[in-house]
Design a protein. Structure first.
Length: 346
């Protein structure tokens, strides 16, 4: 089968065109609204600690089984992996806009001015509400916080970290529409052990979650974009363990971890990936192309290697390049087994 490929050329090097450099995220000034959010979250933790939130396990199991959409293969059968209280999935469906503020070519987040983007996102939320009235929708902004690059840069890692002031812009935008935030990492020749701690102060916030992109994890030392990269169970287990400890230390609701995937080799050793009550793992079908090819990719590489939850990416431009030149609809995606609980638009 011909793999569904993303337009990698637009996902790296484009930032170099702007002629800017970033010395360190930690040296940038934080947005006042972000500081207010941090302060608020700290105050909320101090209020009535005697009230311990609980999970309705019966309702959770019922919703999880409904998500399986009649799948009888036993591959995705619920195995008692209950999350901590406050988990978003599967009781909600997350509808995310993906991109980078420095580029109009990396995704809808950054392509449109804020008012137009918000209006478009609102329309997608309404489409999903109508298609599945039983599942509340939650908006999200999925921001590429570390971008793979076509040149080595000062550190020789072929990756560029966004300054805090840019992350703070996304945080402020999300606050306007009560949206979640996903911070996405393309490691290049770096690794998750180096990159995740850089954004820890944001991950400490209850509405901030993590995305990791195997496509740009160049374990063989290649330049990003020349081959499709990979994460193995060790990489993913590091990320989930990091999030688990962050949740425990800061008394947070569960974190979501999005793992992009559109080939077999992008995620290795899936059976060795560990699950925790503090983390909800989403494998996001990240390929572009005609509807039939995208669904086939989902069945092969997402359904075929079950972990916990699934996601599905829709491309406003790339999905139109092949006949029948249209995007999949919510109604069509709701026929999948299991039904994706995370939908990303690029």
């Amino acid at each position: 089968m011909k793999n569904v490929r993303r337009n990698s050329a637009t996902l790296f090097s484009v930032l170099l065109l702007f002629g800017f450099t970033v010395s360190s995220c930690s040296n940038a000034q934080s947005d006042p609204q972000l500081q207010t959010a941090i302060a608020k979250s700290k105050v909320e933790k101090l209020v009535d600690k005697t009230v311990v939130p609980t999970l309705d396990t019966s309702a959770y199991r019922k919703k999880f089984n409904a998500m399986l959409n009649g799948d009888s293969s036993e591959k995705w059968k619920f195995k008692g992996d209950f999350p901590l209280a406050g988990a978003w999935l599967p009781q909600h469906r997350v509808i995310a806009y993906y991109g980078n503020l420095y580029s109009t070519r990396m995704g809808i987040l950054g392509e449109l001015p804020k008012p137009q983007m918000f209006a478009k996102l609102k329309g997608e939320l309404e489409n999903w509400r109508k298609a599945d009235p039983t599942t509340p929708v939650k908006p999200a902004l999925h921001y590429i916080v570390t971008t793979a690059q076509g040149s080595p840069g000062s550190g020789g890692k072929y990756r560029l970290r966004m300054p805090n002031k840019e992350i703070d812009k996304v945080m402020s935008m999300a606050a306007e529409i009560d949206a979640l935030v996903f911070l996405d990492i393309q490691v290049g020749l770096s690794n998750l052990r180096e990159e995740i701690p850089v954004i820890e102060k944001y991950l400490q916030l209850p509405n901030v979650h993590l995305g990791i992109d195997p496509e740009f994890s160049m374990k063989g030392g290649q330049r990003p974009g020349t081959v499709i990269g990979t994460f193995d169970a060790g990489d993913i287990n590091y990320a989930t363990q990091y999030l688990k400890e962050l949740v425990q230390k800061n008394n947070l609701p569960p974190k979501m971890l999005v793992i992009h995937r559109f080939t077999q080799n992008m995620v290795r050793e899936y059976k060795s990936i560990k699950k925790h009550p503090e983390v909800q793992i989403i494998v996001d079908m990240d390929g572009w192309g005609a509807p039939a090819r995208k669904i086939n990719t989902y069945k092969q590489f997402v359904y075929g290697e079950p972990i916990q939850f699934t996601g599905f990416k829709l491309f406003y431009k790339n999905d139109l390049k092949e006949p029948p030149h249209r995007m999949l609809t919510p109604a069509e995606l709701l026929k999948l087994k299991p039904v994706p609980m995370y939908i990303q638009y690029q």
